[in-house]
Write a protein that binds this ligand. Structure first.
Ligand code: NDP
Length: 403
């Protein structure tokens, strides 16, 4: 990646990266290494991959590296030996790293494990570049309310939300008719309903357009990812659930659109490369060059759009219903989905069992009345843990759930 022009002192920023060893972490580090005079790194965190964490910490000259798994502390410490980089371990240490003052905290842990660190960054970071969509799905009102109170800017990393961020005119929010999130449709866009039951882990991990971590890749294949993104958009933008929609766009060139009541439909287009939205977050409110390939529309030729098939992809319907119910339901939806996706990745359950586990967990937990929105981190974690337990029991009961 070519380095960009030297930055002036007032352009310089400090960042930390939570989830530095993942796919978003790698794209962020790529941008840091291309702009070393402007971007300095305070902390990097990971879950278990101590060797890669130490390697990346050395590459970017981080001050602190934190591994969530305490058993990996010795490995991390040894791998950092002689570097002068401080090492720490444990979940509390990840949260403490998130609470260190920086200009931008890149929140890129996968799953609900990202919620506590994302919350800890509020007030400590001037802005949070939020990739961890589960933060908003688990406790969106809590998180956005706390960020607004502290004056911490939330910059969306997810390509669709970053696109919308670029074309959403807050001063004209009352004139917005619709916010549209595009979906590639995943690897099974044209697969007949009956065949979906035979989908294997390897088939589901082969995404046609984006290279991402395993959890989000499976979510993309079930379209749960689009459901999570609708919930994410609801919390990021002042819109009602019925103003949000999904459009399948297999070329993945148009990432998000905002329709205004005057007839204008504004969109952001680009190559499917996460360095564009991450780079925008790291430069906001300005723009800077990245080495992302320029989009050649003539070479793309045709852009197509279609409605999602809700019969074949029931996860989208479940997420839409949870969004209408509120933060309690979306927290349960997320927890059950994480359990089901993990079981699928481990070969313990089938692809079409994923929505069944989610639906059963939601029905079970809502049986005694509407699920209250979590008012604190502890309440969100309690709800998350209860939902995980119910989802696991549903799986254990039959070994694999029949749909
Ligand atoms: P990856 O699986 O590639 O990386 C996850 C990162 O989180 C790794 O650094 C991992 O560490 C760390 N991690 C995992 N579990 C824990 C835990 N319990 N505590 C602390 N750290 C943990 O995920 P992605 O980069 O693909 O996705 C990250 C987030 O960004 C997700 O929320 C995803 O939905 C979102 N996102 C991702 C996009 C993409 O293109 N990948 C696009 C848009 C959003 P280790 O390596 O040690 O396991």
């Amino acid at each position: 990646m070519p380095t960009v022009a030297p930055a002036s002192a007032q352009d310089a920023i400090s960042i930390s990266i939570l989830g530095a060893t993942g796919s978003i972490g790698a794209s962020t580090i790529d941008l840091v290494l291309a702009d070393p005079d402007r971007i300095s790194v305070d902390s990097l965190t990971a879950s278990t991959n101590a060797e890669k964490l130490a390697h990346e910490a050395r590459r970017v000259g981080a001050r602190l590296a934190v591994i969530a798994d305490p058993d990996r502390y010795g490995e991390l410490k040894a791998a950092l030996s002689g570097s002068g980089i401080e090492a720490a371990a444990g979940r509390d240490a990840v949260v403490a790293a998130a609470g260190r003052p920086v200009d931008i905290m890149v929140s890129a842990i996968v799953g609900a494990a990202g919620l506590a660190p994302s919350l800890a960054a509020i007030g400590a970071a001037k802005a949070i570049a939020l990739a961890n969509k589960e933060t908003l799905v688990c406790a969106g009102s809590l998180f956005m309310g706390a960020a607004a109170k502290a004056g911490t800017e939330i910059l969306p990393v997810d390509s669709e939300h970053n696109a919308i961020f670029q074309v959403f005119e807050r001063e004209n929010a009352g004139e917005i008719a619709e916010v549209i999130i595009t979906a590639s449709g995943g690897p099974f866009l044209r697969m007949p309903r009956e065949a979906l039951a035979t989908v294997t882990r390897e088939m589901a991990l082969r995404h046609p357009k984006w290279v991402m971590g395993p959890k989000i890749t499976i979510d993309s294949a079930t379209l749960m990812n689009k459901g999570l993104e609708l919930i994410e958009a609801f919390h990021l933008y002042p819109v009602e659930p019925d103003q949000l929609s999904v459009l399948v766009h297999p070329q993945s060139v148009v990432h998000g659109l905002v329709r205004y009541r005057d007839g204008s439909l504004l969109a952001e287009l680009g190559e499917p490369d996460m360095r564009t939205p991450i780079g925008y977050c790291l430069s906001w409110p300005r723009r800077r060059p990245t080495s992302v390939k320029a989009l050649d529309l003539a070479a793309v030729g045709t852009l197509t759009f279609e409605r999602p098939d809700r019969d074949r992809f029931p996860c989208l319907v479940l997420a839409e219903a949870a969004l209408r119910e509120g933060d309690g339901a979306t927290c349960v939806l997320n927890a059950a989905n994480e359990v089901a996706v993990e079981a699928f990745l481990q070969g313990r359950t089938g692809f079409t069992d994923i929505p069944v586990v989610v639906e059963r967990t939601l029905s079970h937990m809502a049986a005694s009345g509407p699920l209250a929105a979590p008012a604190s981190l502890d309440a969100a974690m309690d709800l998350d843990q209860t939902a995980r337990q119910i989802a696991r029991e549903g799986l254990d009961f039959k070994g694999t759930v029949a749909s």
